[in-house]
Unconditional design. Structure first.
Length: 184
């Protein structure tokens, strides 16, 4: 998986004018299987900086409300993602989610790369933002696939997918729990 992530990032960095990143379409079982960390968390802080190679990266701290795979409840994790804005310069990776302090998210994250980056599995496919229905208070999950073109893993054909998707919180949680239980 690390080599695929490295190739995707290299293409994004070398050809930023494309405006979209093509990635393999991930199903929920794919997300769970490929993730080293599956967490529900709240973004505490976002800080951009230059890494040892001079690339702009962003450190995002999350409070883990619920560690579903690879993390404990109540833990604080600081994850480094490529891209960000620093001193008026921006490095944008199409399809890479951004975070804002206070955001609540359900995240599927890879193992750290050689550069210590943890990527959302499938870029934007691995991040669901929490939202609350104003009338009922019911939790909903929103996934933003802007900047991504999804391709079928077998045929390589483009899979037309809405840029924004919404899912009931309990639906996702139930399916993730079922998939994690079946792994044991």
């Amino acid at each position: 998986m690390r080599s695929v992530t490295t190739v995707i990032l290299a293409l994004c960095l070398l050809v930023p004018s494309l405006g979209a990143t093509q990635v393999v379409r991930m199903t929920l079982p794919d997300l769970v299987q490929r993730a080293e960390l599956v967490i529900e968390g709240r973004c505490l802080s976002v800080t951009s900086r230059k890494d040892a190679r001079g690339l702009i990266v962003t450190d995002v701290s999350f409070y883990v409300d619920r560690g579903r795979k690879g993390a404990e409840d109540g833990q604080t994790l600081t994850l480094t993602f490529p891209g960000g804005e620093l001193a008026g310069r921006r490095l944008v990776i199409p399809g890479m989610p951004t975070f804002v302090p206070g955001d609540e998210s359900f995240l599927f994250l890879t193992a750290p790369s050689a550069r210590a980056w943890r990527m959302p599995v499938g870029l934007g496919q691995g991040v669901y933002r929490m939202s609350y229905d104003a009338a009922t208070g019911a939790r909903r999950l929103l996934r933003d696939l802007t900047g991504l073109e999804l391709v079928d893993a077998t045929s390589g054909a483009l899979v037309h997918t809405p840029a924004r998707q919404e899912l009931a919180y309990q639906t996702l949680v139930g399916e993730v729990e079922r998939l994690l239980d079946s792994d044991h």
